[in-house]
Design a protein around this ligand. Structure first.
Ligand code: SF4
Length: 60
């Protein structure tokens, strides 16, 4: 089952992956992005492409 893993050092305050995810896996908690609904991930990798390099890795 695919799921995204966030590298917070590289993601910084970038929140664009919240909107780019078609299944609402991410949410904002305080001032950081969290993986809120990991089971909804369909492995499209849009978040990986959108995020700064190395900030999000989708693992299978
Ligand atoms: S791989 Fe696709 S579905 Fe999964 S978290 Fe990233 S954008 Fe969302």
């Amino acid at each position: 089952m695919p799921r995204p893993v966030i590298n917070y050092e590289k993601l910084g305050d970038n929140t664009e992956i919240i909107e780019i995810c078609p299944t609402n896996v991410f949410a904002k908690e305080g001032n950081k992005v969290v993986v809120k609904n990991p089971k909804e991930c369909i492995g499209c990798r849009a978040c990986e492409v959108q995020a700064p390099e190395g900030a999000v890795k989708v693992i299978d």
